[in-house]
Ligand binder design. Sequence first.
Ligand SMILES: NC(=O)c1ccc[n+]([C@@H]2O[C@H](COP(=O)([O-])OP(=O)(O)OC[C@H]3O[C@@H](n4cnc5c(N)ncnc54)[C@H](O)[C@@H]3O)[C@@H](O)[C@H]2O)c1
Ligand SMILES: [Fe+2]
Length: 436
Amino acid sequence: MACCHADFALTDASDKAFTVGMSTFTFGHGCLGEAGDQARELGLRRVALFTDAALRDSAHVATVSSSLAAAGVDVVIYDAVVVEPTTASFKAAAKFATEGGFDGYVSVGGGSVMDTCKAANLYATYPAEFMTYVNAPIGAGQKVPGPVKPHIACPTTAGTGSETTGIAIFNLTEINAKTGIISRRLIPTVALIDPDVTRTLGKNVMAASGFDCMSHALESLTARAWPRRQNPARGASRPVSQGANPFSDALASEALKAVGKFLVRAVNDASDVEARTEMMYAATQAGIAFNAAGCHLPHGLSYAVSGLARDFHVPGYPEGKTLVPHGMAVVLNNPSVWRYTAPCAPERHIRAAAFLGGETRGAMLEDAGEALAGRVIELMRAAGMPNGLAELGFGSEDIDALANGAEPQYRVIRNAPKEVSRDDLKSLFGSAMRYW
Ligand SMILES: NC(=O)c1ccc[n+]([C@@H]2O[C@H](COP(=O)([O-])OP(=O)(O)OC[C@H]3O[C@@H](n4cnc5c(N)ncnc54)[C@H](O)[C@@H]3O)[C@@H](O)[C@H]2O)c1
Ligand SMILES: [Fe+2]
């Protein structure tokens, strides 16, 4: 493989293999109705069903809970998940799970719900002080000691891919920045991916989660190549995310083709079943890709943006608190990052722009950053995204604080295709203020 994939040529210092993890997934219209069957197959008798307050009375939760009940499985619903979860909301969910004596978990919701369910399952199975499993250096970064309880994940947004990843993200309120817990043990056992759920998705949630999917695929494709990963570990201790590899490349490329064709349609017309179905599938593909390859700068920078935003709210998300939807925080950094990373892997950036439907005929290597940034900006404008961080209320006076917020995100920033200094972070935020 190394000989025909120049990007993946091994050196003496390289890890000699890469590992890909994912859930066993079922994709197709109506498959939420298989939840009971899957739970029975896993030997479950009493499950906690995680969802959020807005989805509590939805047809999606009703379908899953009645399927579980018909299979003879006891269901206790937990609807106190916080959209864009926090330290407190993860802890509350863990307490509920610990006290409930469940033999399995079901999540019906977006990334916020699935991630909260993963964390609750972990702390109920292996109780520990909260920071024990949180990524180092922010937390202690300890390994999950063993298998957690079975988890059936049912995504209701078309974006995060959390149904296939070993990642649980939350806002660590104490430092006002996002971080997470990452372990192959947290990958849901089974995912039921039913595109019918997208018919109730509002325009803004569709747009933000769709751009999250796009960025997962772009970051997978442009991440540091796996043979160049620092500190290679071997065997079972190999990290979940290891850098761009042939498997993640293939899935990320397919996901980008779908995003280029269907994202804007899916945002602008909730009745466009084809577009929303394709986006649902793209999200799963991009999820498998970035779980193996890892994200890098757009996600690393986004965690500071969402942590530091003030007085910002988007219709379709819970009222009453400042909230920058995750996918929006991510895409607002995208064009700035692609202009910066393109010189390290220009062919990959041009290829990515072409997959997204950009015009790349005749593009020279030095045009790579502009080709990709330009196509992403076209999609942002067509899907109604804000024109850069300035529209969220940020200005040049916030750049130091934003760089401070991004700096601790070593896990993802070190996965970028080049070394990134604090000055680089500042200039990336500066270039993300306004795009058109
Ligand atoms: N674990 C991972 O691998 C991973 C990857 C990417 C993002 N994330 C995390 O996921 C979270 C974002 O998740 P998200 O974008 O899926 O959104 P979300 O779960 O935060 O939900 C956003 C809003 O959409 C509503 N909603 C969800 N599905 C709906 C449906 N079918 N119909 C109507 N309304 C619906 C919710 O009630 C909520 O108000 C962030 O915390 C982010 O950091 C995790
Ligand atoms: Fe994401």
